[in-house]
Design a protein around this ligand. Sequence first.
Ligand code: 2BA
Length: 108
Amino acid sequence: MKLITTIVSSSDADNLVNTLIQNGYQVTKLGSTGGFLRRGNATILIGVEDERLDGVLSAIRYTCHARTELVLPPPLLTPGAGYAPGPIEVRVGGAVIFVQEVEHFERT
Ligand code: 2BA
C-alpha cells in the first residue's frame, strides 16, 4: 500500500478531490500554507493499493497545471530589511507529490 501526499494550489484542490472521489479513491484534504510564498495551498492525502497508484498520479497530473507568475520575493529572501529588489518569476500551481510505502494500515 502507498500513501500519496500531494500539495496543490487551492484553486485546483476541489477539482482534484472531486475527480478522485468519483473514481473511488479515499481522500483527506488539509488546508496548508507554502513556506516560500506564504500563500494558502492544499495538502491532499490518499492511501491506495499499489496497483491504483498510477491512477492517482494521472488524476493529479490531469487536474493540476503549473504556470509561472511574477511575485515579490518574501521578506526573508530580501537583502536588507524591507528592501524589495523587484518581482521574481516562480512556478505556481501544478503539484508536488510524495509517494511513501505504508508499513501498516488499520481502520478500527
Ligand atoms: P511554497 O513554499 O510557497 O513555494 C511556492 C513556489 O515557489 C514553489 O513551487 C517554487 O516554484 C517556488 N519556490 C519555492 N522556494 C523557492 C526559493 N527558495 N527560491 C525561488 N523559488 C522558490 P513548488 O515547487 O511547486 O511548490 C509548491 C508548494 O509545495 C510549496 O509552496 C510548498 O508548500 C510545497 N513544497 C514544495 N516542495 C516541498 C518539499 N520538498 N517539502 C515540503 N513541501 C514542499
